[in-house]
Structures are given as C-alpha cells and as structure tokens.
Design a protein around this ligand. Structure first.
Ligand code: GTP
Ligand code: SPV
Ligand code: MN
Length: 595
C-alpha cells in the first residue's frame, strides 16, 4: 500500500521496520472513517473486539486483555539513554546498543502472518506550535482504534511534520506472544524512539501517551525549554464569566479525570460557577508571548479508570462513554450488551460476563467478594463527547495557567490543601509527593511511595535534572509563574473512611486556590506552607462536614512531618550530586521550621 507521506525520514524508518518485522501485509492508517469501520468490522469478526448495544451505546466496542496484561509494567519499563547517569536512580536503565541487540531478534519476523498498521498521529492540536508528531507501527487493531480516539490520527498528522523534518517519534509495537516474561517497554530518548513488545494493554502500547507524551517529551522539554507533565488541565469559570485555568498532577488513579470534569456543588452552580475540561492526564506547558505559562493537552480522548465512575461521582466522564467508546476489561451485561463496573450502580447484572470472560451471576459473584470489572479497567472516550469540554480544547496556543496543584493519596500526613511559599518551595513540594500505589501499575496496591510530581514512572531522564529544569522554568517565568499548591482528598478517619467528601466538593478547595491566586483571601503560615483559615473553606450545603472538620483536615502533625522529613532525606540521598542545592536547602528550612 502506498505511503501517506513524501517525508523520506518516515519512509526510510517504516521500510526498516517492515524488513525487521516481516508482516504479510502493510496498512497505512489514513484516519478515514471508512478505513476505521473496516478495521472495527474485522476486529469484531475475529473476536478481538465485541460490539455493544447499538441503541444504548452506539459505536461502542468491548475488549478484554489477557489477565497477565492489565496495567503498566514499571519493572519492565526502561529509559535507554546512552549514559546511565542520564536515566538516573528512579528509572530502569540499559545501554541502548545492548537493548537494541536484545530486542531486535524478538521483533525479527514477529509480524509474519499478521498485518502491520502504520499510524501517523499528532500529539496536540494540528497546527499548534506545541504539537509534535509520532508514527507508531503496530500489529494490533485495538491499538489503531484506541489511537484513533486518543490522538489526532491519520494523514492530517503529516501536515504538521512536513516533507523534510526528522522530528517525529518512532514507535514500534508488537503484541508478539503477549508473554509477560518477554515484555519490554523501552524508551530511547536520544533517538526519539520507543520499542514496546509482548503487551496489548493501554499505557504499554498506546505509544503516544505515557511513552511519548511524558517519557520522551519530558526529555525534549528539558532540551527545548518546556515541560511535559502528568497533569490534568481545567478551567474554572467564575460568576463574572472570567475563566481561570489550573493544572494538577496526581499519581495514576488518584483523581485527575474526576477533578478535570467536576461539577461544582449546587451553591456554586447557582452562583454561576462552571468547570471546563481541557485535559485529564497530560499537559505540555510552555511560556507564551506574554511570559505566562501556557498549557495544551496533547491528547484527543480520555483513557479513564472505569470503576468508581458513576452518575454522581463523575457525570461528565460517564456521559463521555455513551458513544464511540472502547471499554477494556470491564464486565458485560449479556441481557442487553451494555457494560458494568464496580460502583457504576448498585445492580450488578445477573447475566454477566466478568472481565476475564467467565459467565457469572453478577450479584452472587460480587457478594462472594469478587470484582466483575478489573480495578484498572478503562474506557477510551473521545474528548468531543465530554459535555464540559473546554471551548479552548483545540486552541493551538493553549490556555494560561494560574495555579499548579500537586496531590496524592495520603491517609494521614498531608493536609486538605496548602500553598507553597514560592516557586522554588513549590518545586520542593512537588518533589516530596508521596502516594499510595494503585492498580494502574502491576505490583502491590496501597503502599506509600515517593512519586515526585506524579512523574516517578514517567520522567524520561534523571529526576535530579528534572527538578533543576523545574527551577530553571521558575526563573524564566519569574513573577508570572503559576502559584503552586498541594491537596489531599484522601485523609481517613479511625475507621479508615475518607473524611473529605471529594469529587464535586473539591470545588470548595479550588475556590480557595483561585482566591489565593487573585490575592483576595489571606492564609495562615504553617511549617509546611500557607494554609486556609478553616472558615475560608466554604462548607455550605455539606452534610456532616463543618468548619471544625476542615480544621481537623488541615492539621499539620509536627511529629508525623518530622518523620516525613527523615523519609525525604533518605529519598534525596539517591540523587547524589544531581540533587539541586535549592532542594536540600528547602529540606533544611522545612526541618528548621518543624524543630
Ligand atoms: P489515571 O488515568 O490512572 O492517571 O488516573 P486519574 O488520576 O485520572 O484518576 P481517576 O480520576 O480516574 O480516579 C481514580 C479513582 O479515584 C477512582 O476510583 C475515583 O472514583 C477515585 N477518586 C477520584 N477523585 C476522588 C475524590 O475526590 N475522593 C475520593 N475519595 N476518591 C476519588
Ligand atoms: C496511568 O497509569 O497514569 C494512566 C493509564 O493514565 S496508562 O495509559 O495505562 O498509563
Ligand atoms: Mn495517568
């Protein structure tokens, strides 16, 4: 099949990949509905995808992955920079020559008897100065159909690249035998190259997402003066019509999609507040002509966690999944071919197929303590489906950012919200983030680990250099830099229940954050940063949450924080000479304030 571009760099690389993988057939993905329809029909006919109820879920498909292939695999993810010290202590590293030598035989002939799909895509709106082009070759229709939702895919992407540029990310994916022992997710930052093999799941194989838009892009951003971050982007429209944009970095499955699409409590909507979603997972940020920091969402869809999503917790996400959506590893209701997951509602389907494919009686299965949907089951939904998608979603210039919010799952230590003293201290606050692990990656769930800026699994270079880049960006932005905050929706009481209601009520915290950005509310200085006066968090209309509860959520337990400081000191030791002096200064200052 004819190539879609005259660009010799693309064509030469694609030829190399064809010679290596030896597919029976090669298909260039032009992005046309006709072509995608053909692929959908093919995937349905082979059983790779299942068609869902055309009336209730028009255009929606179901896909199930192997039980050993349901999440990102951090222990098999590598940053293969030429020098080990450029990958740093938080990444797995291997010499690129060695890694190419190890993987090349695994890809040799891997697509015999299969079709290779060549997917051109743009991360970021077509024509945006912040957008970048990738080409992914894959043997998976599931990947093609997901990339069609998650990116601006097809021939349009080559418009951005042009006929000569070599500036595109080369992504090679093969599901191979989906063998977990031979699974590798490898980034070669200096080659703009990603090789992924033996997985067919989400972040491991949709190479535009974590592999490119975070791991490769964070490295590009350091070299080119911008930032690639694991952040949602949202706009808060105030009663006077003005919209303030904020970004928030929370680790995987810690609430980005939910915050990005929140519906404010009634008291706020009545006064005219509204939230607009620009992005739910990744932000690319760059200083604009006016010196402020601007953000685009490089993605075009949402790869969101299904369990926990319901009418009440995230109406907008649920609405986004009602058409042209792909569901992965949720449960099926066989009576009407719709989908179900934990907490969607209180009625698990009786005639159900659980996520591994077994037909079960849903209510009985759930009562016995089983889960019908995998905890990391996901929906892939087009951004245009989202009722609150921002009118600025496709703005090539991005949106100006007033605040950056960090946060994680902490049962105790971290208060509901605090503000950093300044950008340098804010960088420190991001660097000391810690959170309980979730089902988004394989391994134990609920273990507290350090996850700086929610980038632990996604930073494509040395974390010490990454912090230095943050500090550098602060200098470039000067007094136009966004204010930096930290939030924690996950403090628990003695029974282990969440104290803060969360979800839409997080608007109450955003409200204070915006007021702080505008300088219209004062704060209390604590050893860790500025906190609200409890009465400045609006609790009107909340059931059982009073200003006293807020005061409790804002306590800074000095003993816990002294322990925390010790943990940070231990963590910082890993970075040796690459730890910016500003960061150890901030730690010393924190210790002094806690003494
Ligand atoms: P990734 O897509 O993995 O990056 O995750 P994410 O950060 O977008 O997380 P998401 O919004 O999908 O939320 C993950 C889980 O946290 C879901 O089960 C939510 O129901 C739950 N969650 C989100 N926000 C809140 C909150 O404010 N409070 C509580 N208690 N749970 C929340
Ligand atoms: C995450 O794990 O942070 C995700 C899902 O957003 S994945 O695309 O699998 O990385
Ligand atoms: Mn994520």
């Amino acid at each position: 099949m004819a190539t879609l571009t005259k660009n010799p760099n693309v064509n030469k690389w694609v030829d190399e990949m064809i010679s290596l993988c030896k597919p029976d057939k090669v298909v260039w993905i032009d992005g046309s509905e006709e072509q995608l329809d053909g692929l959908r029909a093919e995937a349905i006919s082979t059983g790779e995808m299942i068609k869902l109820n055309e009336e209730k879920l028009p255009g929606c498909l179901y896909h199930r992955t192997l039980p050993n292939d349901v999440a990102r695999v951090e222990d098999r993810t590598f940053i293969c920079s030429r020098k080990e010290e450029d990958a740093g202590p938080t990444n797995n590293w291997c010499d690129p020559k060695e890694m190419y030598a190890k993987l090349t035989p695994m890809y040799d002939g891997v697509m015999k008897g299969r079709t290779m799909y060549i997917i051109p895509y743009s991360m970021g709106p077509i024509g945006s100065p912040l957008a970048k082009v990738g080409v992914e070759v894959t043997d998976s229709i599931y990947v093609v159909l997901n990339m069609a939702i998650m990116t601006r895919m097809g021939a349009q992407a080559f418009k951005n690249l042009g006929d000569e540029s070599d500036d595109f990310v080369r992504g090679l994916h093969s599901k191979a035998d989906v063998d977990p022992e031979k699974r590798y997710i490898v980034q070669f930052p200096e080659d703009n190259t990603i090789w992924s093999i033996n997985s067919a799941y989400g972040g491991n194989v949709l190479l535009g997402k974590k592999c490119f838009a975070l791991r490769i892009a964070s490295f590009q951003g350091k070299n080119e003066g911008w930032m690639a971050e694991h952040m949602l982007i949202l706009g808060i429209q105030k009663p006077n019509g003005e919209i303030k944009y904020v970004t928030a970095a929370f680790p995987s499955a810690c609430g980005k999609t939910n915050l990005a699409m929140l519906i404010p409590p009634e008291g706020y909507t009545k006064r005219g507040y509204k939230v607009w979603t620009v992005g739910d997972d990744i932000a690319w940020l760059k200083p604009g002509p006016d010196g402020r920091l601007y953000a685009i969402n490089p993605e075009n869809g949402f790869f969101g966690v299904a369990p926990g999503t319901n009418e009440k917790s995230n109406y907008n996400a649920l609405a986004s999944t009602k058409r042209n959506t792909i569901f992965t590893n949720v449960a099926i209701n066989n009576d009407d071919m719709t989908v179900w997951w934990e907490k969607l509602d209180k009625n698990p389907p009786v005639n159900a197929t659980e996520w591994k494919g077994e037909k079960v009686n849903g209510p009985e299965y759930v009562a016995a303590g089983n889960k019908l949907a995998h905890p990391n089951s996901r929906f892939t939904a087009p951004a245009e489906n989202c009722p609150c998608i921002s009118p600025e979603f496709n703005n090539p210039q991005g949106v100006p950012i007033s605040a950056i919010i960090f946060g994680g799952r902490r049962a105790k230590t971290a208060p509901l919200v605090y503000q950093s003293f300044n950008w340098q201290h804010g960088t420190f606050v991001g660097s000391i983030m810690a959170s309980e692990t979730t089902a988004a990656a394989t391994g134990a769930v609920g273990v507290v680990r350090r996850d700086p800026m929610a980038m632990l699994p996604f930073c494509g270079y040395h974390m010490g250099d990454y912090w230095a880049h943050w500090l550098e960006m602060g200098k470039v932005l000067g007094d136009k830099a966004p204010k930096i905050f930290n939030v924690n929706w996950f403090r628990t009481d003695d029974n282990g229940d969440f104290i803060w209601p969360g979800y839409g009520d997080n608007m109450r915290v955003l409200d204070w954050i915006i007021d702080r950005c505008e300088g219209t509310v004062d704060a209390v200085e604590t050893p860790i940063g500025y906190e609200p006066k409890p009465e400045d968090i609006n609790v009107e209309g909340l059931d059982g949450i009073t200003t006293e509860t807020v005061a409790d959520l804002l306590t800074v337990d000095k003993n816990l924080w002294r322990e925390e400081a010790k943990g940070i000191e231990e963590f910082y030791k890993k970075f040796g000479a690459k730890l910016p002096k500003e960061m150890s200064d901030e730690l010393k200052a924190l210790e002094a304030r806690l003494a």
